[in-house]
Design a protein. Structure first.
Ligand SMILES: [Zn+2]
Ligand SMILES: [Zn+2]
Length: 301
């Protein structure tokens, strides 16, 4: 196969000029854009590569690939929650898995379990809010989710519609913050098991926004060292929730541990303010992710 840069290759190559965003959400989870439009939106902001990493589901993959215009490569992926530590030291973390075989049974079963758990958790959060007199109804949350796994942004949207909050961000801060009276924890697997599941499905595990303190407690660098030893392939360095100092420190850590460094928008459409392509990944890092993957490869590679 000959690429548009004229080199013959198998698998993926990466031109130095490529613009790559490796973390986006569609309406298959808690984003607002349909999967089929992601490639077109990516092209409109000058991206060559866009990953679709919906929470707990690969339901958007096929439409995202089918809808992408010529010249835009779609990287199939997923984002899912895991935990590090127990009790007082428990930290919730997000893991991105890229280019895995979605039919691999153990990881597929975990994604299914996570989706069912989301519905259960969403119902319990709404029950707590209702008991406290907040005017929110479960069918309104379900309508906003439109069949996708229920996420807190859907509950936040219903709170805005009900007039209980002025914006989605306000709903998160007022009603849905971790540790708050209406918060219900997910039942997540240990992050080492999460990493092992992605690897066993031929995928590439990357730690999403490891310093995102506004989402709750974050792990220490020593935990990242342990995870690198357990098979973690990379860390997301350039992310809207990381300040300049975080990025410098994460780059140093990644260099020390030989981890791939990614950058991405974590785009959610109009559910969050960050635009597609707000942060990007170095083409060499992208090429390394493709090289390590055996589950699948980017579409139009
Ligand atoms: Zn995340
Ligand atoms: Zn995300």
């Amino acid at each position: 196969m000959t690429s548009r840069w004229g080199r013959r290759h198998r698998g993926c190559d990466a031109d130095v000029m490529m613009r790559i965003d490796l973390h986006t959400h569609t309406s298959a989870s808690d984003g607002t854009d349909e999967p089929r439009s992601v490639g077109v939106l990516a092209a409109a902001v000058g991206l060559d590569v866009v990953a679709v990493t919906d929470h707990d589901t690969t339901a958007g993959w096929d439409a995202a690939i089918a809808g992408a215009p010529a010249g835009v490569r779609v990287v199939p992926g997923v984002e899912f929650s895991c935990v590090v530590g127990e009790g007082e030291r428990r930290v919730s973390v997000h893991l991105l898995g890229y280019l895995f075989d979605r039919a691999e049974p153990r990881f597929a079963a975990e994604r299914r379990r996570l989706r069912l758990d989301r519905t259960d958790r969403g119902r319990r959060i709404v029950e707590r809010l209702t008991t406290a007199g907040v005017p929110i109804e479960w069918p309104a949350v379900q309508r906003l989710a439109g069949g996708a796994p229920i996420g807190r942004p859907h509950i936040a949207g219903a709170l805005v519609t009900a007039g209980a909050s002025s914006t989605v961000d306000d709903a998160f801060e007022t009603w849905l913050r971790p540790g708050g009276p209406y918060y219900v924890r997910k039942r997540d697997v240990d992050v080492r098991d999460g990493i092992a599941m992605v690897l066993a499905a031929g995928g590439v595990p990357v730690f999403a926004h490891p310093r995102a303190r506004k989402r709750g407690r974050v792990v220490t660098d020593d935990v990242i060292r342990e995870l690198a030893a357990a098979g973690l392939a990379g860390i997301e360095v350039d992310h809207v929730d990381h300040d300049a100092a975080d990025r410098v420190e994460l780059r140093t850590l990644a260099g020390e541990l030989g981890l791939i460094m990614t950058g991405s928008s974590d785009y959610h459409g109009t559910n969050k303010a960050v635009p597609l392509g707000a942060n990007t990944t170095d083409p060499q890092a992208y090429a390394e992710i493709c090289r390590r993957a055996s589950g699948t490869q980017p579409a139009r590679c």
